[in-house]
Design a protein around this ligand. Sequence first.
Ligand SMILES: *[C@@H]1O[C@H](CO)[C@@H](O)[C@H](O)[C@H]1NC(C)=O
Ligand SMILES: *[C@@H]1O[C@H](CO)[C@@H](O)[C@H](O)[C@H]1NC(C)=O
Length: 418
Amino acid sequence: MKMKKMMVYLWWVVLLLVLPFSSAGSGISSTSSSVSQQTLGVQKHLNQLNKPAVKSIKSPDGDIIDCIHVAHQPAFDHPSMTNHTIQMRPSYHPERLNFGESKVSSSKSKRVTQLWHTKGRCPEGTIPVRRTKQEDILRASSIKSYGKKKQKSFPQPRSADPDLLSQSGHQHAIVYVEGDKFYGAKATINVWEPKIQQPNEFSLSQIWILGGAFGQDLNSIEAGWQVSPDLYGDNNTRLFTYWTSDAYQATGCYNLLCSGFIQINNEIAMGATIYPVSGFHASQYDINILVWKDPKEGNWWMQFGDDYVLGYWPAFLFSYLSDSASMIEWGGEVVNSESEGQHTSTQMGSGHFPGEGFGKASYFRNIQTVDGSNNLRPPKDIGTYTEQPDCYDVKTGKTGDWGNYFYYGGPGKNPKCP
Ligand SMILES: *[C@@H]1O[C@H](CO)[C@@H](O)[C@H](O)[C@H]1NC(C)=O
Ligand SMILES: *[C@@H]1O[C@H](CO)[C@@H](O)[C@H](O)[C@H]1NC(C)=O
């Protein structure tokens, strides 16, 4: 016992002596433990992700929002970005004529915003970036997988084979259109905070802009809100985006966690908590999300709310989507890890079934697509898709005010979904 303690002590002396001299990159050779190598790897990745901040804001939810100079954002780490000229505004906007002449960010209703706004704002010329902490990366199964979707899964309505799909553990309740060329999509999405049973599960509500067949080279742009304890370390509802150009394999990531999305907006942080959220039988809150393809430059732009043009995915990231999208989907997705052989009780939407209606079930309203002339259109020939309607379901409708809408979601585990 005593001997062992002594050895440990000696080991530390050796480490302390060796470390200062080996920090120049020579490494500590074979004596370094895998733990310290992991720490070095994590630190290196953090340095890569977290750029020097002009200003930092501590959000009440524990996040640190760094205001990064717009030219220093992660997107520009990519070698193919070296000659990219940042676009500070889209050349066209599906909802506004003469968009180039109007100011990008006017101040209309900004009721639903982000929690960190209560503690400060980022100056012009910077963008707010949620700082990645060491524990964020340590929760991921590996440094490489941090910020990426773990399983290859996408709602694939055309070849709906429940046995095949449930293997991946992902469950969906969605509405979709296909069989045309799409240049964007819009929706007003009800915001809730669904309960997550296991930390490695998530629940999200989003728009999918899809290009290509559902093969190894599927292109996808995704935006909406999510609750993901593994990704963020809490149960808060957060604004998120995702992109991939190879069906979630080597390319793409959430938010700004890799080189891809170029942000121009200094008010909204990707991955930050959305505030407030809706309550059962209480106030309802929703967010507008619009994604559209700039017909001139070819980039895919994203707008949050009525005013916040957040930025864009450069056209060169994609293959199919560099032309147009072949399918649009709207709706919810959860991971069902089936711990203890039972269906997860992770909720989708509000955790209530569509039949319960307004104030109880979660909705998407005014769902629209962008056509080849850059106009918003109501979707034609809407399809719906869900793997297990007794766990999570979807129900569409149409009214004057709400246009094409649907309620979706459910509680997961219940007597009919054991
Ligand atoms: C950037 O432009 C320079 C000069 O035109 C060229 O030599 C270089 O190859 C370009 N880099 C990329 C990644 O396109
Ligand atoms: C998240 O919610 C689960 C239950 O739904 C709870 O067990 C867990 O402690 C919560 N995590 C945090 C960080 O609040």
